[in-house]
Design a protein. Structure first.
Length: 309
């Protein structure tokens, strides 16, 4: 049974005339009559008494009319609600970021700003398990509207967003700092650059993460060659932070994520300032994204940080 058959029947019940009902439904009278006949065949009962003028409904037709009106009304209401949901989804700002940036820059910068301007972001928490290139692909394939990420010239896969199609705002500056747990005197257990005979246990990032190419690039340019022996690798700075706190080795961790722990004294800097690595935290979007909420959000953020655009 087709929904339009119900609508045809309701129109016929209202007009009591096949020709006028057909005009109301924007079909020819033969087509309209055929659809009413198909409806009766489907119901296996006569719904229209064609021997009266004007036409009348049979007792079965009167019962069927009540159900037809209820069904079409419910369908109309459901369709309207679904359209509203679709409009809301289309206007939502789909946001992706790494686990580390969600715990730091998002909560410190993005979330307060969104609250201030009365706007919500649809945060894809599944992105916390993505590889670095997955974030870039998500933006390029229009699976997200904005991407919050680290930026450094050594992150090769992010260069795809240097195209004129994309633009970014620098949200904040960040620094990767080498950290170590402390001994009984409060001094770091491990200190850069280490010694050849006893290399420092190193807790690093996987090669396809945002931060590993940055660290590798920086260490290659140091005068003193760091003596490191990789103990383990992770995607998330939170995991590296936990292992550093437990005394397993040295690791480079974003300062925003590490600041409170440093203040407690159980973890200390494992090297001088030359071992610190500057980063940018950027928000990227496509210039051709027509989401009106994204446009509003982006322009408001530009006005908020004009020196960073």
């Amino acid at each position: 049974m087709e929904i339009r058959w119900l609508e045809d029947f309701i129109a016929l019940a209202k007009t009591r005339h096949f020709s006028r009902a057909a005009d109301e439904q924007n079909v020819t009278q033969p087509t309209f009559s055929r659809r009413i006949k198909l409806l009766e065949e489907e119901m296996r009962v006569t719904l229209i008494d064609r021997n009266t003028l004007p036409l009348s409904l049979t007792p079965a037709g009167e019962v069927f009319l009540q159900s037809a009106e209820l069904i079409t009304r419910q369908l109309k209401d459901t369709k309207e609600r679904c359209q509203e949901i679709r409009k809301q989804e289309e206007s939502q700002i789909r946001f992706v970021t790494t686990q580390t940036l969600f715990l730091s820059a998002y909560k410190e910068v993005i979330a307060p700003f969104c609250e201030e301007i009365g706007m919500e972001l649809d945060i894809n928490m599944k992105s916390s398990s993505w590889l670095g290139i997955d974030f870039v692909n998500s933006l390029m394939e229009q699976k997200c509207d904005v991407m919050l990420c680290y930026w450094h010239p050594a992150i090769n896969f992010i260069r795809a967003l240097d195209d004129d199609q994309y633009e970014h705002i620098v949200i904040a500056e960040e620094t990767l700092i080498p950290c170590s747990s402390t001994d009984a005197t409060g001094a770091p257990k491990f200190t850069l650059p280490g010694a050849k005979r006893k290399p420092l246990p190193y807790i690093g990032y996987y090669e396809n993460s945002f931060l590993q190419p940055v660290i590798h690039h920086h260490l290659q340019r140091q005068r003193d060659i760091p003596q490191l022996q990789t103990l383990s690798e992770n995607y998330h700075s939170v995991s590296i932070k936990a292992m550093v706190k437990e005394g397993y080795g040295i690791g480079w961790i974003p300062k925003r994520l590490m600041q409170d722990t440093l203040n407690y004294g159980k973890v200390a800097l494992a090297g001088e300032e030359n071992w610190h690595i500057p980063l940018e935290i950027r928000l990227y979007r496509s210039k051709f994204n027509q989401n009106p909420n994204l446009t509003q959000f982006w322009q408001a953020l530009k006005l908020r940080r004009p020196d960073q655009v």
